[in-house]
Design a protein around this ligand. Structure first.
Ligand code: PLP
Length: 432
């Protein structure tokens, strides 16, 4: 191991969601991605791979896109950052107007910027709690979220999380949250609890970290109606599903509902820079207006809020959706993905289930007899390592292989990616 960066990594760095002892033990497997072009990533040894998880579900139009690059560089020549606290910025204003235009089928009218998916959720939670105080409903300070949900890792967002493995070590998170399995269990909650609930938070159409598990069709619409009936607000976590992933610009549009908040991040800048937005209604916004002395101000913000480089990237991202007709090209790609996944399932007895929602997919592997593989076998992890040999980079969630590429991927590249997973399964299953 002669590379200096690798030694520095091992000596000084700590990676997310990573057992560092294993990371160090398998140092020969560590890749450094040095460049990207379209859906292709190139490592430090010059090997190229399809970006099969869109660089952790962020990238939309491909890497090094000339339009997004140019927008960032243009902004860089003016200023990279200045404060949004006490100042405005034309690109932030323009972006807010465009986002509101995109959701003109809802009551959402205001945009509050933050940094990433977790802070977009955090912001919605704090806004909601303060709204209830201003609305003389101080008893409404509990949330409802779903089992196996994932909404981020800051303390508030983690408080909504339903993945035991991630959050059991920090169970005193300070957020009062009731976790329910589905709509039926929601209906079983007693009214004493419901009276204390301010909002339900959900990943619309599909739960990502729950191994890419779609909700039944119509569930979101029913949930929305249930919320209205109970004076409970609906917070949509579109951090993963936003910006075309499910086939429409936003997932909620497939069920025609009126959310009270939408949280956006990952794809907002096309996957180029960390930036997030929490959209809310005029009714909620108005509840924060008053004389300074009334103390109704929303005391929330981050140093890099509405970063101009991020805004420039986000505006270019939205421009590309129009110029490249990104959404119009999706149905054909979604079909190819569906057919490729069906073929994969038909080929391998170890493919227990394939799950898909638009351009989001998960391939769950089990033993041929339907039983799960032993956890310590780490089959998903090993399949992804072998898939590298077939020019595909992705990450599993347990034994579910995630395939969630940039939307700019071609039909041929979709087929090639699923073929890479197929080859990896064939190769590894012989060894297993
Ligand atoms: C649905 C959902 N919400 C929130 C988050 C947190 O986003 P971030 O990692 O940008 O904080 C994620 C991240 O994967 C996510 O999938």
């Amino acid at each position: 191991m002669s590379k200096k960066w690798k030694q520095q990594d091992l000596d000084y760095c700590w990676h997310p969601f990573t057992q560092q002892r294993e990371w160090a033990k398998n140092a020969d497997q560590i890749l450094s991605i040095e460049s990207g072009q379209g859906v292709w990533l190139t490592d430090d040894s010059g090997n190229s791979y399809i970006d099969g998880n869109a660089s952790i579900w962020t990238n939309i139009h491909g890497h090094s896109h000339p339009v997004i690059n140019a927008a960032i560089i243009k902004q860089l020549d003016s200023i990279s950052h200045s404060s949004y606290l006490g100042f405005a910025h034309p690109l932030a204003s323009e972006l807010a107007a465009e986002l509101i235009e995109l959701v003109n089928d809802t009551n959402l009218k205001r945009v509050f910027y933050s940094d990433d998916g977790s802070t977009a959720i955090e912001c919605a939670m704090k806004m909601e709690l303060q709204y209830r105080l201003h609305n003389q409903q101080s008893e409404k300070k509990e949330f409802i979220a779903f089992d196996q949900a994932y909404h981020g890792d800051t303390m508030g967002a983690a408080g909504l999380g339903g993945v035991q493995l991630f959050h059991e070590k920090i169970s005193h998170k300070g957020v009062l949250c009731h976790h329910v399995k589905n709509l039926e269990s929601l209906n079983e909650l007693p009214s004493e609890i419901l009276n204390r609930v301010c909002a339900v938070v959900i990943e619309p159409l599909i739960q990502g970290v729950n191994q890419m598990r779609p909700w039944p069709k119509g569930m979101l619409k029913e949930l929305s109606a249930w919320c209205s009936e109970h004076d409970i607000h609906l917070i949509l976590d579109e951090v993963m599903t936003g910006f075309g992933r499910t086939g429409t610009m936003f997932a909620y549009q497939q069920e025609g509902i009126y959310p009270d908040y939408i949280c956006l991040a990952k794809g907002l800048t096309g996957g180029y820079l960390p930036m997030a937005a929490t959209l809310t209604t005029e009714k909620i916004y108005q509840a924060f207006l008053g004389e300074f002395s009334e103390n109704k101000t929303f005391y929330y913000g981050h140093s890099y809020t509405a970063n101009p480089l991020g805004c420039a990237a986000a505006l270019a991202n939205l421009k590309l959706f129009k110029e490249e007709r990104t959404l119009a090209k999706l149905p054909a790609k979604i079909q190819v993905l569906e057919a490729s996944l069906a073929q994969l399932k038909a080929t391998h007895p170890q493919v227990y289930e394939v799950r898909q929602c638009g351009m989001i997919s998960g391939i769950e592997l089990r033993q041929a007899n339907g039983e799960k593989f032993p956890v310590e076998a780490r089959i998903g992890h090993h399949i992804c390592l072998v898939a590298r040999e077939y020019q595909l980079l992705t990450r599993p969630i347990l034994d579910t292989i995630v395939f969630l590429p940039p939307l700019s991927i071609t039909q041929e590249e979709i087929k090639q990616s699923i073929q890479a997973i197929s080859s990896a399964i064939s190769q590894l299953m012989v060894e297993f």
